[in-house]
Design a protein around this ligand. Structure first.
Ligand SMILES: CC(C)(COP(=O)(O)OP(=O)(O)OC[C@H]1O[C@@H](n2cnc3c(N)ncnc32)[C@H](O)[C@@H]1OP(=O)(O)O)[C@@H](O)C(=O)NCCC(=O)NCCS
Length: 230
């Protein structure tokens, strides 16, 4: 499947909230994505989406056939509105793309803080978490941050492995940080992302990523779904 990254939009929120619930079952309250997108000037949120699949394909809308069309007006109306949803949403826009994961970044001064990152459980182990992290680090560079930091649960070995791969090192602990189970948070951060050493390592990791996962597109916008050759 071809996957691409773009900035999160309001229309993505229902899918993103679903992925967040699935990934962070103990998280309460859920992130107020609408407020984050509209009001938080420090925040940037990205989604990774399947460029070949629209959300409505998941909804199981039944196309009309002689067997399932009854003379009842309400049944016909339901079928027509279902078909309309496949082609277009009510407001005339195309149905939302199928979102596979999302990630967030807050940039304060020279520090970019990864607030969240998650991939649908059914789509993990296909490089999408890595694609999101690459996009976040790229974004941090664009925003002229010098360091990328984050907190991760002490028991989250998968998250830590992903971050370590991209040069994050442990540099502190917040004891009992997570209020649901009083688990410690491990603080991780990169070295200076503008340093020649980090840039070189990051470029190398990026090249390796796009070679290993040729379905992942380099461009971060829907408009440029062109796969670049490396
Ligand atoms: C963390 C998460 C985003 C990774 O997404 P993913 O798409 O499955 O990860 P990728 O396929 O891109 O894997 C990238 C790297 O992550 C690490 N990783 C992924 N799955 C792993 C596993 N089962 N065991 C160990 N490391 C793993 C590896 O370093 C991997 O690189 P490699 O393939 O070269 O070994 C995903 O597991 C998730 O959504 N988890 C729940 C939410 C969460 O914990 N988020 C982090 C909060 S701080």
């Amino acid at each position: 499947m071809p996957y691409a990254i773009r900035h999160m939009r309001l229309e993505d929120i229902p899918q993103v909230a679903e992925i967040e619930r699935e990934a962070f079952s103990t998280l309460w309250p859920p992130t107020a994505f609408k407020r984050e997108l509209q009001d938080n000037k420090l925040a940037s949120y990205l989604v990774v989406y399947d460029v070949s699949r629209r959300q409505e394909e998941e909804s199981g809308v039944i196309p009309p056939s002689p067997e399932n069309i009854s003379p009842s007006v309400s049944t016909l109306q339901r079928l027509v509105s279902g078909m309309k949803r496949v082609l277009n949403t009510n407001d005339g826009t195309a149905p939302a793309f199928y979102i596979a994961g999302f990630a967030g970044l807050w940039v304060v001064m020279d520090e970019a803080h990864v607030t969240t990152i998650a991939v649908r459980e059914s789509l993990r182990h296909q490089g999408l978490g890595e694609l999101l992290l690459i996009a976040l680090i790229d974004l941090a560079m664009q925003k002229q941050a010098q360091f990328v930091t984050l907190e991760v649960r002490a028991t989250n070995a998968i998250g830590q492995a992903l971050y370590q791969k991209f040069g994050f090192v442990r540099n502190g602990i917040r004891p009992g940080y997570y209020t649901d189970n009083h688990e410690d948070a491990i603080i991780m951060s990169t070295e200076r992302i503008t340093s020649a050493v980090y840039q070189q390592q990051f470029q190398h990791l990026k090249e390796a990523h796009f070679k290993r996962w040729p379905g992942n597109l380099r461009r971060h916008t829907e408009e440029s779904m062109v796969r670049e050759s490396s």
